[in-house]
Design a protein around this ligand. Structure first.
Ligand code: SF4
Length: 142
């Protein structure tokens, strides 16, 4: 492996930029994600940076089940992210559809629309669990 590739891998591992998307949840998990991005947790010290554009994001933090209305948009966002990219399903709804399972417009968890690298259950998911998940994901980049 060239030295440039190793530097790129090291930089990516130490600085994962995350994009948050709610594909149809109740907003409970989203409030927890917003909480983890506040100075209380100061995740930038860990290299985690909130990014607004999928074109600059490494990780998609996705909450909620996949609804019929959001499915195409979720796939479009995923396709706009540059490789390598990872998806974390946040909350019970993101993992499996959760309390919305069986509803007429619900496809299920995030993996019903796009590939998922990590599942973090909880209703809602705690900010500490999401931070631990992102750091665990960064360990696997090697
Ligand atoms: S897991 Fe719970 S808190 Fe999160 S979106 Fe689903 S119902 Fe809401």
């Amino acid at each position: 492996m060239s030295i440039i590739k190793s530097i790129l891998r090291w930089a990516r591992k130490k600085s994962l930029w995350v994009l948050h998307y709610n594909s149809g949840g109740c907003n409970g998990c989203d409030i927890e994600i917003v909480d983890l991005l506040t100075p209380r947790f100061d995740v930038e010290r860990l290299g985690i940076l909130a990014e607004a554009s999928p074109r600059h994001a490494d990780v998609l933090l996705c909450t909620g089940p996949v609804t019929a209305q959001s499915r195409d948009r979720l796939i479009q966002i995923y396709n706009q992210m540059p490789a390598p990219k990872w998806v974390i399903a946040v909350g019970s709804c993101g993992c499996s559809g959760g309390v919305f399972t069986g509803s007429y417009n619900i496809h299920g968890g995030i993996d019903k629309a796009i590939p998922v690298s990590m599942y973090i259950p909880g209703c809602p998911c705690r900010p500490e669990a999401v931070i631990a998940g992102i750091l665990k994901l960064s360990e696997t980049i090697d």
